[in-house]
Design a protein around this ligand. Structure first.
Ligand code: XMP
Length: 325
């Protein structure tokens, strides 16, 4: 397999170049795939979404997308995948509600590496089960991008949950494997994907699982998801969406006292993390305004059951990693 970006592929920086790339890829995909069927694990991240949109244009319903909801996605994400791909793009999409499976497997597991392993292994199992139900699949599409090839010799992002079963005997279809992330976004925009998908901030494969530290419980995970939605909402209102590299909430597994409705309560803190980075190897803290921090804090402690305190993590990377686990 040739894994060096062809010199003839010019940088894709504008809509015109993206449209030319899309046209060319549609031809190449049709040539590679013919009447064959293609399977794709569609997370809703920008890479797999762009691959899905390209393949829908090229082969329509011969693409089978599988979206696994592992219960660790952000608020509204699984719904958006179904809405965009099934309803707007008329894709052949299998939505798998695997929330209970994942959360049951993770119950009581507090070791971060163990949690990651469980999430990765369960993802493969669910995907394999779905693939085995289908007949006549010859190809497997993947959202591999050029940095994946450069960093890990062709294996999709070193610690991504989207790693797929090694037992699969499919021919790979990787239409964006020579593109850098910014180019994938330009192509996604030209394909008509929504802005919040195209400009989505990095999101770890194990999702909210690494931000609900220690043993995940459903109530704390829900509190985290709601607080995170408020944070994103307020960032969007403040015009910071797409301008801060990565921002999210962490809800650690300890409680502190508070007073709610005149009674003593014992609830979790929500920790705000907002960082800027180029490639995630180092990160600086976004200097959020006090007004914004105050608005976010008031909303979270008033609107999210189980959270009575909001903190702002001021630690750059290094020494602190971006995620807490
Ligand atoms: P850290 O926490 O190592 O994170 O400073 C660096 C970047 O990688 C993301 N990250 C992950 N991405 N699977 C992923 O796909 C993971 O297990 C994972 N852990 C961290 C993190 O969000 C940050 O952008």
């Amino acid at each position: 397999m040739n894994d060096v970006r062809p010199e003839s592929l010019k940088r894709i920086t504008n809509n015109e170049a993206a449209l030319a790339f899309i046209d060319e890829q549609i031809g190449a995909l049709r040539k590679q795939i013919g009447n064959g069927k293609v399977l794709l694990a569609l997370s809703g991240g920008v890479d797999s979404s762009v691959v899905a949109a390209l393949l829908i244009k090229a082969i329509g319903k011969n693409l089978v997308c599988v979206h696994v909801n592992h219960g660790l996605l952000r608020k509204g994400e699984p719904e958006q995948v179904v809405d965009v791909f099934r309803h707007q793009m008329d894709a052949n999409l299998i939505y798998v509600d695997a929330v209970d499976r994942f959360l049951d497997k993770l119950a009581g597991v507090s070791d971060p590496e163990q949690k990651r392993k469980i999430i990765g292994a369960e993802f493969i199992r669910v995907f394999e089960e779905e693939a085995n139900k289908l007949e006549g699949i010859r190809f497997l599409a993947q959202g591999t991008i050029y940095p994946d090839i450069l960093e890990s010799k062709g294996v999709k992002a070193h610690h991504n949950v989207g790693g797929l079963p090694e037992s699969f005997d499919f021919e790979l279809v990787e239409p964006v494997k020579f593109l850098y992330k910014d180019e994938v976004r330009v192509v996604g925009k030209a394909l008509g994907l929504p802005d919040n998908m195209v400009y989505r901030q990095p999101f770890p494969g194990p999702g909210l699982g690494v931000r609900c530290t220690g043993a995940i419980t459903r109530d704390r995970l829900n509190a985290l998801r709601e607080a995170d939605a408020i944070l994103r909402d307020e960032f969007a209102r403040a015009g910071l969406e797409g301008r801060v590299w990565q921002y999210f909430i962490v809800v650690p597994d300890y409680r502190s006292t508070g007073i709610r409705d005149g009674k003593r309560c014992f609830e979790w803190p929500a920790v705000i993390r907002a960082v800027n980075s180029v490639d995630a190897t180092a990160a600086t803290i976004e200097p959020l305004s006090y007004t914004l921090l105050d608005t976010i804090t008031r909303r979270i402690v008033n609107e999210v059951p189980g959270i009575n305190r909001v903190l702002y993590d001021l630690s750059p990377k290094p020494v602190a990693t971006i995620e807490w686990e």
